[in-house]
Design a protein around this ligand. Structure first.
Ligand SMILES: [Zn+2]
Length: 412
């Protein structure tokens, strides 16, 4: 198929027509989406136990598409053309442990809580899919390329649900060529869509360092070999690795969260000590370089004290990178659907959406709930009802951007 024919098949005009009709269909069905959001919100499931939530989603979507089980409690399925590449849209199934303190009349009472707003994402994605047949009626046109719904388990807990979906070849099986992520965010102005190119979240790795010596008596340290000073020195030196390893215009941080040495006695020099630190980096190369430098520094400091250090790095999420072309198209589409585009939300936080972005060109956006005093994961955090429509709008924009990117048409 030549590029010209493809461009005719999915022109900018057609993309705009589909987007407007799709959003109108979601708005017309909004009461159903808001009711679904409340139902999901009132019965949250923790990571790895999302079976009941997944069944609610399945029941909602069964008239429209079939979903396969993936990654334990996850669900994945396609709607639109049966063959060819799909634009995947992610919604997370899991909630967090904690007593809800939102005061909402649909608040959870089961000791778990949708404190990250995943209930909004699920309701929005269901609404977007439910509107697809209506979209055909309104425009006489079908989706130009398939939409793949990815209901992901365990975003908040380990093992990562996104990694499991990638490992189980979920993207290949659904022929997902682009992935779209939309997350609510209290720090973004209400209804606006924060979008950016390049890194959005950091790679998040853990370093576990154990320092070994012989121990001894505090009165005779010259006869001992103990790890107390070495552990303290390593802990103070780890953050310094960043500026000695990568350029100052790059974002990275090493933070020690735990150091442990000694058994409580004042006069016993211990034999072992340990450190746990989180390592946040924003490019694959810098991630490698900083990991290597941590090993070298910890071992050599230990050596200087006559001790040995074991260094283990536990790889976590990779860097979350937004594909530049896709991100630009996403922003344009969001504006076309009436959303303002906010400045990018970058942080050294991590989201396992990055396993998708590592596999296929992807774009992650944040939709504002306009609550600058609030924070995600707080027991009082509750996105307003309109966020369901705002997130759905961003998902439609993301789909259209992905379709354009796949079909090689549209303008930026
Ligand atoms: Zn979340």
């Amino acid at each position: 198929m030549s590029m010209d024919i493809r461009q005719e098949q999915f022109s900018t005009e057609r993309s705009a027509e589909i987007g407007a009709a799709w959003l109108a269909a979601v708005e017309a069905d909004l009461d159903h989406a808001l009711d679904l959001r409340r139902r999901i919100h009132s019965s949250p499931n923790l990571g790895g136990q999302e079976q009941a939530t997944a069944e609610v989603i399945e029941a909602e979507l069964s008239p429209f598409m079939s979903l396969d089980t993936i990654a334990g409690t996850g669900r994945i399925g396609r709607i639109g053309p049966a063959d060819g590449p799909a634009v995947g849209i992610r919604a997370e199934l899991d909630a967090l442990p904690g007593e809800e303190a939102t005061g909402a009349d649909f608040a959870s009472t089961n000791g778990a809580m949708h404190a990250c707003g995943h209930d909004v994402h699920m309701a929005a994605l269901v609404a977007v899919i439910r509107a697809i047949p209506e979209l055909g009626e309104r425009t006489g046109q079908a989706l130009p390329t398939a939409l793949a719904a990815v209901f992901q388990p365990r975003e908040e807990s380990y093992p990562s649900g996104a990694l499991d979906i990638v490992s189980e070849k979920g993207l290949e099986k659904a022929s997902i060529a682009r992935m779209i992520g939309v997350h609510n965010h209290p720090g973004v102005p209400l209804g606006q869509v924060a979008m950016g190119e390049g890194y959005i979240n950091a790679a998040a790795d853990e370093v576990h360092i154990t320092v070994h010596g012989r121990g001894g008596h505090g009165a005779y340290p010259h006869n001992a070999s103990d790890p107390v000073a070495a552990v303290a020195n390593v802990a103070l030196s780890l953050p310094e690795i960043v500026r000695r390893t990568i350029g100052p215009m790059s974002a990275a941080v090493v933070s020690v969260g735990t150091m442990s040495v000694g058994d409580g006695a004042a006069n016993v020099l211990p034999r072992h000590g340990s450190i746990r630190a989180t390592v946040r980096t924003t490019s694959a190369q810098e991630r490698k370089d900083i990991q290597a430098a941590i090993g070298t520094m910890a071992r050599r400091i230990a050596q200087a004290y006559g001790l040995e250090a074991d260094v283990a790095i536990i790889d976590g999420e990779p860097v979350l990178i937004n594909d530049s072309d896709l991100a630009r198209r996403f922003a344009t589409q969001a504006q076309g659907l009436g959303a303002s585009v906010a400045s990018p939300m970058r942080s050294l936080g991590a989201d396992d959406f990055s396993f998708f972005s590592e596999a296929v060109p992807s774009a992650m956006s944040f939709v504002g709930t306009g609550q600058p005093q609030a924070s995600l994961h707080n027991a009082g955090y509750l996105p307003p009802e309109r966020s369901v429509l705002d997130v759905a709008r961003a998902m439609i924009a993301g789909y259209l951007a992905g379709a354009e990117s796949i079909l090689g048409s549209g303008s930026e």
